[in-house]
Design a protein around this ligand. Structure first.
Ligand SMILES: Cc1ncc(C[n+]2csc(CCOP(=O)(O)OP(=O)(O)O)c2C)c(N)n1
Ligand SMILES: [Mg+2]
Length: 334
């Protein structure tokens, strides 16, 4: 793997602790949401990103609020790291009117354009075209904004991968393709579906730069993103980043996980991105146990308040069912 990690000292103590806090927040959110789902309190399906927090946090912290991301079905971490409020995402998962999409999207369709979150997506690979379209718009409007397209290894062999990366490479669009490579698409090991496992090598085909990195190493994610962002903002075109990681829970909350062994999961959990970053912070003297415990309690408290807000919120009115579905003009004719 390419050595892309930046030194811890580069980001400073305050910024480092903010990153840790954000990863802990996402883990706590996913943990609580998993409990609520198994208890039958949340509709739909829940895909937890626990284990993959360093990607969401390292990628989104490298972006500005005005930059854009497109997400996947496993998108809670992307939304939170890009800046959505816990109230807004929690209420969305409960289907409440105070949610990011007024309760119509749910877990797999969280979006908030005000923070550049162009949407989670229930369609595997559905973000490619949206991201490339947004990047074309950035170029056309001559802004310096960049777009990140998150996608999973299960979306690698869709036709739209080829179409989108080719178009982005041809027009040197400011887009960064981030493969959250957790090795599985639902219940299928990537080695059973993908002929060339060196994903970054595909970049050359599309006239762009590609890198492979340890997606559980926050400092490596930030390092790779810094380079890719400079490239995108300066008109040098897209980057393809293959970020290796692992999901700690099943494909969805409640998955029986018969397709992978417990020993594999236990082994991969030893590479927990949060624990690894904590160790770095302990070793540097920037973090002690009391400070971490305080951080964890603050986060738990925040999650509790957001859950309360979501529970106390109203469901959308049935009479509003068609609102935001059609343009107002069409609605008048119905
Ligand atoms: C177009 C399409 N095909 C199939 C599915 C069913 N499906 C949902 S998630 C998934 C696997 C996705 O795997 P990956 O992209 O690696 O993401 P991960 O779940 O590992 O984060 C599949 C096949 C779908 N939602 N959309
Ligand atoms: Mg996957």
């Amino acid at each position: 793997m390419t050595q892309l990690a930046i030194p811890l000292e580069d980001i400073g103590r305050e910024y480092a602790l903010a990153h840790l806090r954000m990863m802990v927040k996402i883990r706590a959110f996913e943990t609580r949401v998993g409990v609520l789902f198994l208890d039958g309190q949340l509709p739909g399906f829940i895909h937890s990103c626990a284990g993959q927090e360093a990607i969401a946090v390292g990628v989104c912290s490298s972006l500005l609020l005005t930059d854009f991301v497109t997400s996947t079905h496993r998108g809670h971490g992307h939304s939170i790291a890009k800046g959505i409020s816990l109230n807004s995402i929690f209420a969305e998962l409960f289907g409440k009117v105070t949610g990011a999409c007024r309760g119509r999207g749910g877990s797999m369709h969280v979006a908030d354009f005000s923070i550049g979150m162009l949407g989670a997506n229930g369609i595997v690979g559905g973000g490619y075209g949206i991201a490339v379209g947004a990047a074309l718009s950035c170029k056309y409007r001559k802004t310096s904004d960049v777009v990140v397209c998150f996608f999973g290894d299960g979306a690698l062999n869709k036709g739209t991968f080829h179409e989108s990366l080719n178009f982005a490479g041809l027009h040197k669009l400011p887009v960064i393709f981030v493969c959250e490579n957790n090795g599985y698409a639902q219940f299928t090991d990537m080695r059973r579906t993908t002929a060339n496992e060196n994903i970054a090598s595909r970049a050359e085909t599309y006239g762009m730069h590609g890198d492979t990195l340890d997606g559980n190493d926050l400092l490596e994610v930030i390092g790779a993103m810094r380079i890719a962002i400079v490239r995108a903002r300066s008109g040098l075109g897209p980057t393809l980043l293959d970020m290796k990681s692992y999901r700690f829970s099943g494909h969805y909350v409640g998955d029986a996980e018969v397709y992978r062994s417990k020993s594999e999961v236990d082994l991969m959990k030893q590479k927990d991105p949060i624990e690894r970053f904590k160790v770095k912070l302990f070793d540097s003297g920037w973090l002690d146990l009391a400070t971490f415990d305080a951080l964890q309690s603050q986060v738990d408290h925040e999650i509790g308040l957001a859950e309360e807000f979501a529970r106390d919120s109203e469901f959308p009115l049935p009479s509003d069912a068609l609102r935001d579905v059609f343009s107002e003009d069409i609605l008048h004719d119905i």
